[in-house]
Design a protein. Structure first.
Length: 289
C-alpha cells in the first residue's frame, strides 16, 4: 500500500503501541492526527515526531461521543478526509483478581474506553469515510487476551477485547458485502513483552468511575509476573520494539491480512484445542492461568 499523502488517525497514539503506529505511518509518508486524553504526553509526542513528518495532536476522550464528534469535525475541517483510522486507545481496569472481585465501575470504565470508545470511533468516522467514497482502512486494536482466549485473571479486559474482535469481524464482513472501498482489520499486539503505559492505565481513570473497595492483591499483574508467565508458556518474552511493531502492522496491512500483528501463528494449537472443546460442549482452555 502507498502511504505517502494518506491521512491517518490514531487514537491513543500519544504513547505505547499507538506511538509506534504513528512512527511507522510517518516513516512511510502518511500524515497523522493523534487523538489522546493525556495532553502533556500528546504534546511531547507530537513535538518529538514532527521531524519524521506531518503530525498533529488533538485532545480526545474516546468514551465521549461529543469529544469524538468534535475530533472528527476538526480533522474534516483541516485535513479534509481520513484514509486510515486506527481505533487504538485502550485501558485495563487493572490489578487482576477474581472475576467476582471486579466492581461495576471496573466494567464501566474499561468498557467505556475499550468497547464504546472503539465502536464510537468507528461510528463517528466510518459514515464520513463511506460518504467520501474513497479507499480506506479501519484498524481496531484488540488483544490476544480476549481476542484469542481470555486470561481468567483479566476477566473484564478480556471481555472488552473479545467485544472489539467480534465487532471488527462483523464490520469487515458487512463492509465486504457492500460496494465500499473501506476495509476493517483487527490488530493483536504481541511478539513479546510490551512495555507500555497499559501497566499504569489507572492514571487516566476518571474519579467518578473509581473503585469503591481497595483491590485485593492478585498474582500475574506486574510486568515481572507477566514475563514469567509468558516464559512458562514458551511464548516470546523479550521486550518488543514498539516502532518495529508499528511497522509490522503496516506490512500485514500491505499483505491484505485481516488479523495484524506478529506471532499470530503461535496461537494455532491453542485455537484448535479451543475449537475441539467448544464443539464438544466443554470449557475451552485459556491463554494464561
Ligand atoms: N500493552 C500490552 O501488553 C497490550 C497487549 C494487547 C493489546 N494492547 C492494546 O493496545 C492498545 C494501546 O495500549 P498500550 O499498551 O500502548 O497502552 P498505553 O497506556 O501506553 O497507550 C494507551 C493510550 O491510550 C490513551 N487513552 C486512554 N484512555 C483514553 C481515552 N478515554 N480517550 C483517548 N485516549 C485514551 C492513553 O493516554 C495512552 O496514550 C490498547 O487498546 C491496549 O488494550 C496492549
Amino acid at each position: 500500500m502507498e502511504y505517502a499523502g494518506k491521512i491517518a488517525v490514531v487514537t491513543g497514539g500519544a504513547g505505547g503501541i499507538g506511538r509506534g503506529l504513528v512512527v511507522a505511518l510517518l516513516t512511510r509518508g502518511a500524515q497523522v492526527v493523534i487523538g489522546d486524553i493525556e495532553v502533556p504526553q500528546l504534546n511531547a509526542t507530537v513535538e518529538a515526531l514532527s521531524e519524521l513528518g506531518q503530525v498533529r495532536g488533538i485532545r480526545l476522550d474516546v468514551s465521549s461521543g461529543e469529544s469524538l464528534e468534535a475530533f472528527a469535525d476538526d480533522i474534516y475541517a483541516n485535513e479534509g478526509r481520513v484514509d486510515l483510522l486506527f481505533a487504538n486507545a485502550g485501558v485495563t481496569s487493572g490489578g487482576g483478581g477474581l472475576p467476582w472481585e471486579q466492581e461495576l465501575n471496573d466494567w464501566r470504565w474499561c468498557f467505556s474506553v475499550n468497547v464504546f470508545g472503539c465502536a464510537g470511533t468507528v461510528l463517528t468516522f466510518l459514515p464520513r469515510m463511506l460518504a467520501a467514497g474513497g479507499e480506506g482502512e479501519i484498524i481496531t486494536t484488540s488483544s490476544g487476551d480476549g481476542g484469542v482466549a481470555p486470561v481468567p485473571h483479566a476477566s473484564v479486559y478480556a471481555a472488552s477485547k473479545a467485544a472489539v474482535s467480534c465487532f471488527t469481524e462483523a464490520l469487515a464482513h458487512q463492509l465486504q458485502k457492500t460496494e465500499a472501498k473501506v476495509g476493517a482489520h483487527v490488530f493483536y499486539p504481541g511478539g513479546g513483552l510490551l512495555d507500555t503505559g497499559l501497566w499504569t492505565a489507572q492514571r487516566n481513570r476518571p474519579e467518578e468511575l473509581a473503585r469503591v473497595k481497595p483491590r485485593p492483591p492478585a498474582p500475574g499483574t506486574t510486568f515481572a509476573e507477566f514475563k514469567a508467565q509468558l516464559e512458562q508458556l514458551g511464548l516470546p518474552a523479550d521486550v518488543v520494539d514498539l516502532d518495529w511493531l508499528g511497522m509490522k502492522v503496516l506490512e500485514d496491512l500491505d499483505e491484505g491480512k485481516f488479523i495484524l500483528g506478529p506471532n499470530i501463528e503461535k496461537f494455532g494449537p491453542l485455537l484448535h484445542e479451543r475449537a475441539d472443546a467448544i464443539a464438544a460442549g466443554q470449557l475451552p482452555p485459556t491463554l494464561l492461568h
